[in-house]
Design a protein around this ligand. Structure first.
Ligand code: NAP
Length: 468
């Protein structure tokens, strides 16, 4: 019997995805560039699942039923192109390649164009949920042609995470829609993670709480409106003790945050498309700043001042409100970006469907998503969610507590880039008169860049000072 689908790339994601598919009753062929990894996988993890291991690409491809469906789960970037090049000689018209890694959406467009000329179908597919999700049910974001999606729809729906609103997989849209949406998912993830880290930092430095106590607070929050995967793992992290030192694990981890690129790409795309995503931008900047550990340690001595710690008895409550505001606004910015990209790139994305498939399996799954869907259902053109009365009623009472949190953090000189930029995003969006009039005047002054007037139509330029 031939295999119904193949997986190329057997690192954490590929192994778990292959097992997930096989456990749903499919025969899965697997291949990895380094044979050792394939051998280890088969020996250590395959327990009765119908997994056929191949040690060369020709026999891998030949073991698949036609049209062939091959999931690429290799390192993003040139490895994807290299794998495609190696596979192409064995493929036939109508076969389907699915790039399920975190590829840049522009690479996906390029690959789609190239492969479609050869009659090979291609799906740029975002997969979220890490290794646990890949095994037990990820959120799957496939983009490309509908025809290509139909070939794997049944398998994808079976292996995806399930919620009361159905499997966490949908046809996201044309071209690179799947990878674009996954990229923005990660951008939102960066912002929520940074907001949680800022709240944790204030609990430690202002309230002097220990990780265990902080864990208890996050655990309680996770039962309320902040209920989410990221808050859940945060309380679990706080509880973890380092076996070597007996200290809380979080205290022995170096404060340098790494990144693989999807956050930065989100910010680049937002700037290119002219969509404001300050919370997402600042979350990336915060990771970049964290890298200057040596310099930060030296400067902390040079600039040392006795910290002003003005703990407010309601601070925990304010922090909960501030985090919910920041989380809401991270989704607001991300959804707005997806919507503008969908228009610019003709993706045809349905934001309600995106929110539905983010309800389970993925890293940014959260109870709040049900509320975001309610808001969007009222008016699907309210893509940043800000115009709804429901949003106004939700955010307004959270402004004051978030301000208090930011003020306390400012006074204690604790950086809160995402909490601050979330407020600045909201303050800018709800400000009828921004000082951009002055910017326009300055631009016209030094560069004759012209400006519009508020009292009559047209484009104007004045002589600000005589040219000598
Ligand atoms: N890890 C996660 O939680 C996660 C979550 C969502 C999405 N993703 C994305 O999913 C993809 C796979 O992630 P991962 O963490 O499982 O693995 P990874 O560390 O990103 O990549 C390792 C895999 O890529 C293969 N590879 C690297 N260069 C290659 C080349 N030039 N030709 C052929 N194969 C090559 C490796 O084969 P060898 O064994 O031969 O080196 C190995 O199978 C990535 O795009 C990643 O960004 C990861």
């Amino acid at each position: 019997m031939k295999a119904q689908i193949g997986v190329v790339g057997l690192a954490v994601m590929g192994q778990n995805l292959a097992l997930n598919i096989a456990r749903k009753g499919y025969i899965v062929a697997v291949y990895n560039r380094t044979s050792e990894r394939t051998k280890n996988f088969v020996e250590q993890r395959v327990k009765g699942e119908k997994i056929v291991a191949a040690y060369d690409l020709k026999s891998f491809v030949e073991s698949l039923e036609r049209p062939r469906k091959i999931i690429l789960m290799v390192k993003a970037g040139s490895p994807v192109d290299e794998m495609i090049d190696e596979l192409l000689p064995y493929l036939q018209e109508g076969d389907l390649l699915i790039d399920a890694g975190n590829s840049h959406y522009e690479d996906t467009n390029r690959r789609l164009e190239r492969l479609s000329k050869m009659g090979i179908l291609f799906l740029g597919t975002g997969v979220s949920g890490g290794e646990y999700g890949a095994l037990h049910g990820p959120s799957i974001m496939p983009g490309g042609t509908k025809e290509a999606y139909k070939l794997v729809e049944e398998i994808f729906l079976k292996i995806a995470a399930k919620t009361e609103d159905g499997p966490c997989c949908t046809y996201v849209g044309d071209y690179s829609a799947g990878h674009f949406v996954k990229m923005v998912h990660n951008g939102i993830e960066y912002a929520i993670m940074q907001a949680i880290a800022e709240v944790y930092d204030i609990m430690r430095k202002v309230l002097g709480l220990q990780p265990k106590e902080i864990g208890e607070i996050f655990k309680k929050w996770n039962e309320g409106e902040l209920s989410s995967f990221l808050v859940e793992i945060t309380y679990k992290i706080m509880e973890k003790i380092d076996e070597e030192t007996g200290k809380p694990m979080v205290d022995v981890i170096l404060d340098k945050a790494e990144q693989k690129g999807t956050g930065k790409w989100t910010v680049e795309a937002a700037l290119d498309l002219g969509v404001p995503t300050p919370s997402l931008n600042l979350a990336v900047v915060a990771r970049v700043l964290s890298h200057f550990k040596q310099q930060r340690m030296e400067l902390s001595k040079l600039y040392w001042q006795k910290p002003i710690v003005k703990a407010d008895k309601n601070l925990i409550e304010y922090l909960e409100k501030a985090l919910s505001l920041a989380m809401f606004l991270a989704y607001s910015q991300g959804l707005w970006l997806i919507s503008e990209a969908s228009k610019a790139f003709n993706y045809g994305v349905n934001l309600l469907e995106i929110l539905r498939i983010w309800k389970g399996g993925c890293i940014i799954r959260a109870k709040m998503i049900d509320f975001l869907r309610e808001i969007l259902k009222e008016n699907p053109s309210n893509v940043n969610l800000l115009e709804s009365q429901k949003t106004v009623e939700y955010l307004k009472p959270r402004i004051e507590p978030t301000l208090k949190v930011c003020q306390i953090a400012r006074e204690a000189q604790i950086p809160t880039p995402v909490l601050n930029s979330s407020l600045d995003y909201l303050f800018s969006m709800k400000e009828a008169n921004l000082p951009a009039n002055l910017i326009q005047a300055q631009r016209d002054f030094f560069g004759a860049h012209t400006f519009e007037r508020i009292d009559k139509p047209g484009i104007y330029h004045i002589e600000w000072q005589p040219l000598e």
